[in-house]
Write a protein that binds this ligand. Structure first.
Ligand code: SF4
Length: 335
């Protein structure tokens, strides 16, 4: 829902209306304005016709294993984006949101990269992805616990809107999700990392690294040509000094490309900082690139551990509905 248009629409209403509307939307998680009982009838009717809730969220695919739900949102201009809810056995409900329609960075393991860049998402388009799942979970008697900006797009290329959206997600009177439960994943834009450190949001930073040296990283992530690893490590170290917070380095393991044990040794050498840790993500997709073997994953992990690097492995959600990392791609249009 376009908040700016909504504010304009309410300009002749008393000032307290906006608070009532925010409570209905963010707190009561209404699905229809007729349920916003604090509002007068005439206003509920007008809101239903001019600002219908959930107007565009028209495609839902529920994972066969029933712990993942992917939603496709058709935006006002007909472009489509995807977001995913991952439910961890009643302990955590994480929503993965998109920040752009498409993405200009073209990482080779990523479906979104293949479709190219369409446009940045507006703040309300980011928030609507979250509200959709918040309403879904409310019916199940639970709530969103975590947000990750790891869907379609590079969040730091849409820095202003992403940071404003984080403000709304974190605001106690709005979605009230603790900043430490919000993570932003970047392909490694040094200026974005510094800006993120400077604005003082307590959200987590993840950097998609995927290779321990420039030659290999440029093959996997073309952005590395413009911002090589040295620059990235300087920005990470700035972030750590400024915020005293940990940085997660994501490493998508791809068979016979970046999963050799030599690369694990080289990675361990690169990440010698007690506030750095590695999240290994076994490649999920189909096609030319292949997932690593279970044996390779555990040997890679062992080398990092032996070198005193903290390492975790990401559980693979939603592979059956193309909702796993690097699989969000609805061609950027309504199809
Ligand atoms: S992995 Fe992220 S940055 Fe890379 S192409 Fe995909 S969406 Fe863009």
């Amino acid at each position: 829902m376009n908040f700016k248009k909504l504010e304009f629409f309410l300009e002749n209403e008393p000032g307290y209306r906006i608070k009532q509307i925010e409570k209905a939307l963010y707190h009561d998680l209404i699905e229809d304005w007729s349920h916003a009982t604090s509002l007068p009838n005439y206003l509920r009717t007008r809101l239903n016709s001019e600002f219908p809730i959930d107007k565009y969220n028209n495609s839902k695919v529920i994972s066969l294993v029933n712990n993942t739900l992917k939603n496709k949102t058709i935006l006002g201009d007909g472009l489509a984006i995807e977001s995913v809810l991952m439910m961890y056995e009643g302990k955590r409900n994480t929503v993965c949101v998109s920040s752009q329609a498409g993405c200009p960075l073209g990482c080779i393991f990523c479906k979104t990269g293949e479709i190219g860049f369409k446009r940045n998402l507006e703040v309300f388009e980011i928030i609507d992805q979250v509200l959709f799942f918040a309403r879904y979970l409310k019916k199940a008697g639970t709530r969103i616990t975590n947000i990750v900006f790891m869907g379609m797009g590079e969040p730091f290329l849409n820095f202003t809107n992403v940071s404003e959206a984080i403000g709304i997600l974190n605001n106690k009177e709005k979605l009230n999700i603790g900043a430490r439960h919000i993570s932003v994943s970047t392909a490694g834009l040094p200026d974005g990392i510094r800006k993120f450190a400077n604005i003082g949001i307590q959200a987590n930073l993840a950097i998609s690294l995927n290779a321990p040296n420039n030659g290999l990283r440029t093959k996997i992530m073309p952005i590395n040509k413009k911002h090589p690893i040295g620059e990235l490590m300087k920005a990470s170290s700035y972030y750590v000094k400024k915020t005293k917070r940990r940085v997660m380095f994501e490493y998508v393991l791809i068979k016979d490309l970046n999963d050799s044990l030599e690369f694990a040794e080289e990675l361990a050498g690169l990440l010698k900082n007690y506030l750095y840790f590695v999240n290994l993500i076994p490649y999920n997709g189909k096609g030319k690139l292949k997932p690593p073997s279970t044996k390779t994953i555990s040997s890679f992990k062992k080398i990092l551990k032996d070198n005193h690097i903290n390492v975790t492995e990401r559980f693979r959600f939603g592979r059956d509905i193309n909702a796993a990392c690097g699989q969000l791609a609805c061609n950027g249009k309504n199809n």
